[in-house]
Design a protein around this ligand. Structure first.
Ligand SMILES: [Zn+2]
Length: 283
């Protein structure tokens, strides 16, 4: 099992041999940002033009079927190195949002689904104690919903992990409750359409002194109603909910304000009261 310092060494070696990826990491320090205080939750909006492919990604079945999967071994850039871990490849994300950004992809092409993957998620979080491991559901920001993957960024780069009041509801499962069984029980409470394989959810996993904590962020929809070429190309995934909203187009970056951010959270997420009442229905 690689250690956190070995994985960070790998990151540094990868950037030395892949100038395009290194340039995108370097560009992060110069991206325009705006800060908002959303009822005590400190949100950063980041104007990151390199993320346009992800924010504008067409993730309907036909579009996914007609493109080559960019996470499969055969299709990844030749410069991209990896660390093998279990049935995964640990990769440097070549389109980063934050200064240390990894993608952990299944070695086989299989759909994005959290079923059976929680133990891997908690073990990754134990392996990377300074990081948050996260999962974007297939209709919750994953730009490759057909190829299973996690991502990892430093906890300290996400407002959600800086002990702040969250503007949306979550389900927390800590310690011996951070298991697949408990995640499955929580997911079973959430609404799901017949066409979906799992409820819409973003999931984070971190550890504190070796104790894992899983945070489920249930969602009601994929993208806000103002999403689109004529509206805003802002497609929120885990990082956006955790307090770093990516605006790849300058027009959107200029227009976004506290009201827009409140709309994003209220349209996409459930309130804590709604989540608590779902929990009470089962008791
Ligand atoms: Zn694939």
């Amino acid at each position: 099992m690689p250690s956190q310092s070995e994985i960070i060494d790998f990151f540094n070696r990868q950037l030395q041999t892949w100038p395009e990826a290194a340039a995108r990491f370097e560009a992060l320090s110069g991206v325009l940002t705006k800060q908002f205080d959303i009822n005590g939750f400190h949100v950063t909006v980041s104007h990151n033009p390199a993320r346009i492919q992800s924010s504008a990604a067409k993730v309907d079945k036909a579009s996914i079927a007609s493109r080559r999967c960019f996470l499969c071994d055969a299709n990844r850039p030749p410069q991209q190195q990896h660390i093998d871990w279990r049935d995964y490849r640990i990769l440097v994300n070549p389109y980063p949002i934050l200064p240390l950004h990894f993608t952990i992809v299944a070695s086989q092409h299989r759909p994005q689904s959290i079923s059976g993957a929680i133990a891997d998620m908690t073990d990754l979080a134990l392996m990377l104690p300074d990081f948050a491991i996260f999962y974007n559901g297939p209709a919750c920001g994953a730009s490759a919903p057909d190829h299973f993957h996690f991502q990892a960024v430093r906890k300290s780069d996400l407002p959600m992990f800086c002990h702040q009041q969250l503007p949306f509801g979550v389900i927390r499962l800590a310690g011996d409750k951070a298991t697949q069984q408990d995640v499955d029980a929580a997911l079973a409470l959430l609404p799901k359409s017949d066409s979906e394989t799992e409820p819409k959810v973003n999931i984070f996993c971190t550890t504190d002194s070796g104790n894992p904590e899983i945070i489920l962020i249930p969602r009601r929809r994929h993208r806000p109603d103002f999403y689109g070429e004529d509206g805003m190309l802002i497609s929120p995934a885990s990082i956006d909910l955790a307090g770093v909203i990516v605006a790849p187009r300058l027009t959107d970056f200029k227009r976004i304000d506290a009201a827009t951010i409140n709309e994003i959270y209220s349209q996409l997420c459930l309130s804590q009261a709604e989540i608590n009442s779902l929990k009470n229905e089962i008791k």
